[in-house]
Design a protein around this ligand. Structure first.
Ligand SMILES: Nc1ncnc2c1ncn2[C@@H]1O[C@H](COP(=O)(O)OP(=O)(O)OP(=O)(O)O)[C@@H](O)[C@H]1O
Ligand SMILES: [Mg+2]
Length: 240
């Protein structure tokens, strides 16, 4: 089992400079995600879902408030500390998988291990087993152009999980897939979440998928909660 990381934010704010002023995107987000939880992040386009994921994943910095990932506050740490945390502990899955076209499925999954180093045999073994787990054991040597959209997205999930991250951040990972394939890809992610125990935060517009998460966190007007009250009042779904 992977040790899933908890995620806690308190009064988290993010503004972007705009002309002479600034635009407030996150206006005080307070939330708590338990280790191993699979949370769907919903909200209209522009609500700040990607912005929040980027801050949680240390890709971007907040403008105020507190962020704790695995009880660590990385907001004020220098960039190299954040980058090392990110490489070690965070796996990203994006809407457009960003696979490298000239590499095979297996090589694409191995990319994080090339960047971070570590024993090659172990990475090879894990990459193969993840791809098999994703139903792609027969596609290891295919390049992205030789894979369907759903298959490419499954490769991207395997890549995100290679280094056994405690936190997986998925930004519309099924956004460009058909309904059936979306459900299939989501279900595989959920199965891996159950088997391996990493925490997953998944931004989605798909309400059917959101309903299958342990919990939904809804963003509205820069705040959390269905009414944008700033408090998260949704409750965990019953265990299935
Ligand atoms: N670098 C930036 N500079 C200025 N404004 C930005 C920047 N990045 C995002 N924004 C603004 O922040 C708001 C939230 O954007 P974000 O991408 O987080 O929304 P989202 O909820 O992910 O939307 P979508 O569902 O369309 O992906 C938007 O209004 C956007 O214009
Ligand atoms: Mg977005």
């Amino acid at each position: 089992m992977i040790r899933g990381l908890s995620v806690v934010t308190r009064d988290l704010k993010k503004s972007y400079p705009m002309g002479t002023g600034e635009v407030a995107v996150l206006k005080g987000i307070s939330l708590e995600i338990r280790p191993g939880e699979l949370v769907a992040l919903t909200g209209e386009s522009g609500a700040g879902k990607s912005t929040l994921l980027h801050i949680l994943g240390t890709v971007d910095r907040s403008s105020g408030g507190t962020v704790l990932v695995g009880n660590e506050n990385l907001e004020d740490r220098p960039e190299h500390v954040r980058a090392s945390f990110r490489n070690r502990s965070v796996g990203f899955v994006f809407q457009f998988h960003h696979l490298l076209p000239e590499f095979t499925a297996l090589e694409n999954v191995l990319v994080p291990s090339w960047i971070q180093g570590g024993p090659e045999n172990r990475a090879q073994e894990r990459a193969r087993s993840l791809l098999e787990r994703m139903g792609l054991g027969h596609r290891l040597m295919h390049r992205p152009s030789e894979l369907s959209g759903g298959e490419q997205q499954r490769v991207a999930i395997a890549r995100a999980l290679l280094q056994e991250p405690g936190l997986v951040l998925a930004d519309e990972p099924t956004g460009n897939l058909d309904t059936h394939t979306s459900l299939e890809v989501f279900s595989l992610l959920k199965e891996l979440n159950r088997e391996e125990g990493m925490t997953v935060v998944l931004a989605t517009h798909n309400t059917h998928l959101a309903d299958l998460a342990d919990r939904v966190i809804h963003l509205k007007d820069g705040l959390v909660g269905p009414n944008g009250t700033g408090t998260e009042d949704s409750v965990p779904a019953e265990e299935t």
